[in-house]
Each structure stands twice: as structure tokens, then as C-alpha cells.
Design a protein around this ligand. Structure first.
Ligand SMILES: [Zn+2]
Length: 332
């Protein structure tokens, strides 16, 4: 195999391609994000990645598919791959139809991505949700190594989750397994981005926190709004609010921790999970104190926090591409 991967793509910098190639069989892992596409060659035995092709994510599904094909075909030796795993920021059915991608402009109708890419590349393409890809990467090579049953929860703008049972990702016919952000914690409570009410994401996701803080700001000035200005509230603003002992920030994050504790405890009890991995921007920024706050919450659901270890995600490099490749290996 090539010892140096070469790309003529404008977004791949020379520093990225001075890597040795893989010697054995490999699967191509692709991470389709809201702003960029990343394609890598992944060794299924070790998760080691080689080659690195980057593209900007264009608008609209047909142009996105063109860019995905280009990125994959720019990986030297791509024809020798055993298949392709693709992670997308949207809902994916079991047969690889992406029903919507809210973070990609112009993608609002279902597209049979697996079938379309498969026929254009002449190889099997497995498509999965990006949060599920992160969960599988953590289970195989990160904070979940050696554990067959786990839930990974990512707390960022929203709250996403991926469930692994018996070492295999579970998604369900409608792709809803692991959609922990839309589990109800307060019937009739705060509005959620999905149109529902009282969902976990409305309490623990940054978008939900942003909405609630701005609502309060209309009555009394809020530090988090002063910090964020016109933009949305970021994890670093929340960290600053806690450091400054801002009452609203402390109250909101206590509510977030309590909501997460309720749902995580219930999930661990229902599914007999020994470990739950916590990641995402909010957890990464607030760190162990926030994880401890969840574990010590008196709202912890089910049989309580003794049942389950809460551990931080390992934040592996290119987890999306690695996880997508591993999901492909399982399904090919
Ligand atoms: Zn919701």
C-alpha cells in the first residue's frame, strides 16, 4: 500500500498527508459534518487511521453526495477498501436512508444515501447517525473499552445518545434508539427544539439553556446573556458563569444535572448498563465536577447511581470517521 497519501483537494493541507499507509485490510470512514467532510482509511482491528481528505460541506444533498464521492476517491488506494462507513448529522433508517439533516443547508427531504453512494462507488456503503458513530468509537477504542453494554451521552447544543448492547450498536427500525435528548423529564415543561415539551434536551442542551436564560433576561439582566451578546450561549460562557458564582448559571446547571441524572439512571436500570459515557461540549468544558454533580443528584433515576459508572468520553481523534468505519465492519 502507498506509504504516502496524496490529495489534490483544496481543503487538505500538506501537513495532514505525511502519514504512512495501512498495510492490511481497511475500511473507509467518513464523517459528514455541518461544515466539513473528513474521509480516512481505518484499520478495523485497531481503529488506526491513515490518509486524511477534507472537504467543505456544500449545501443540498446532491452536491453533498458529489463531494463525498470525491473525498473518498481522493484517498489513494480507495478501490481496495472493504467498504465505506459514513456518519451523518441527521436521522438515518436501518437501510441507509437519511430522512433529514437539519445541520446541512437544503437537506430537508429523504435521500437513499447508502444505495446512491454504493452504486456510484461500486462498494457497500453503511450510513449511520454521527452520534452513534461517536458512541461506537468510544465503546471500541475509548472510555468504553471492555464493556459490551453502554450508553454514550453527548451534551452540546442538543443532547444525543448512542446505545451499544452486546457490543453492537442498536438503532431500531426508525433510528430512534438512543434519542435520549427527547425523553421526557418534566411533562408539559420547557419547550424543546423538536416541538415537544419537557424533554431532557430543553434542560441540559445549550440551545434549551439559551432559550430559558433569554426568557429570564427580559425580566432581569442575566450574566450569560451579557457574556454571549447576540450569539448563542457557549459552553465557555456557562463555565464562566459557574466560576463567577452566577445564581442563574448555577441553578440552570443544577437542573441540567438533575435531568440527566433522572434519565441516565432510568436508562441504566431499564437496560442493565454498567457504564454510561458522558461527552460533548458542555461536559468537556465543565469536566468532572459536572459529572460528579450528575452522579450525586438526588433525582438519579431507577436503582440509583451505585448501579452505573459515569465516565468522561476519551475524546478520540476523528471519532466520527473511526466509529462510522466500525459500524460498517459490523454490518458489511
Ligand atoms: Zn424534544
Amino acid at each position: 500500500m502507498n506509504t504516502q497519501w496524496v490529495s489534490d483537494g483544496p481543503e487538505t493541507t500538506p501537513g495532514d498527508i505525511e502519514e504512512p499507509g495501512l498495510d492490511g485490510p481497511f475500511v473507509i470512514g467518513v464523517d459528514l459534518g455541518g461544515t466539513k467532510i473528513l474521509a480516512r482509511a481505518i484499520d478495523p482491528a485497531t481503529g488506526a487511521a491513515s490518509g486524511r481528505i477534507k472537504r467543505m460541506t456544500p449545501a443540498g444533498p446532491s452536491v453533498v453526495l458529489d463531494s463525498l464521492v470525491e473525498a473518498i476517491q481522493d484517498l489513494p488506494g480507495w478501490e481496495q477498501a472493504e467498504g465505506v462507513g459514513l456518519g451523518v448529522p441527521g436521522f438515518v433508517t436501518k437501510d441507509g436512508v437519511v430522512t433529514s439533516c437539519p445541520n446541512i443547508k437544503g437537506w430537508d427531504e429523504p435521500v437513499a444515501v447508502s444505495a446512491e453512494l454504493g452504486s456510484r462507488l461500486g462498494m457497500n456503503v453503511v450510513v449511520a447517525n454521527d452520534v452513534d458513530c461517536g458512541a461506537v468509537a468510544e465503546q471500541r477504542f475509548g472510555a468504553g473499552r471492555g464493556v459490551d453494554d453502554l450508553l454514550a451521552v453527548f451534551v452540546g447544543t442538543g443532547v444525543g445518545g448512542g446505545l451499544v448492547l452486546d457490543g453492537q450498536l442498536v438503532i431500531g427500525d426508525r433510528g430512534l434508539v438512543g434519542e435520549i435528548g427527547h425523553v421526557t423529564v418534566e411533562p408539559g415543561g420547557r419547550p424543546c427544539g423538536c416541538g415537544g415539551r419537557g424533554h431532557l434536551e430543553a434542560y441540559a442542551g445549550r440551545a434549551g439553556i439559551n432559550r430559558e436564560v433569554r426568557r429570564r433576561h427580559e425580566k432581569s439582566p442575566q450574566l450569560l446573556v451579557d457574556l454571549a451578546g447576540e450569539g448563542s450561549i457557549k459552553s465557555r460562557h456557562i463555565a464562566r458563569g459557574i466560576a463567577d458564582e452566577d445564581d442563574t448559571t448555577i441553578e440552570m446547571m443544577a437542573e441540567a444535572a438533575a435531568a440527566l441524572a433522572l434519565v441516565i439512571g432510568n436508562a441504566a436500570t431499564l437496560l442493565d448498563l454498567p457504564r454510561v459515557i458522558l461527552g460533548g461540549g458542555v461536559v468537556d468544558k465543565l469536566g468532572q465536577p459536572f459529572i460528579d454533580q450528575i452522579a450525586q443528584s438526588d433525582r438519579f433515576g431507577g436503582f440509583g447511581a451505585d448501579l452505573v459508572d459515569l465516565v468522561p468520553a476519551d475524546r478520540l481523534d476523528d471519532a466520527g470517521a473511526v466509529g462510522a468505519a466500525m459500524i460498517a465492519v459490523d454490518r458489511l
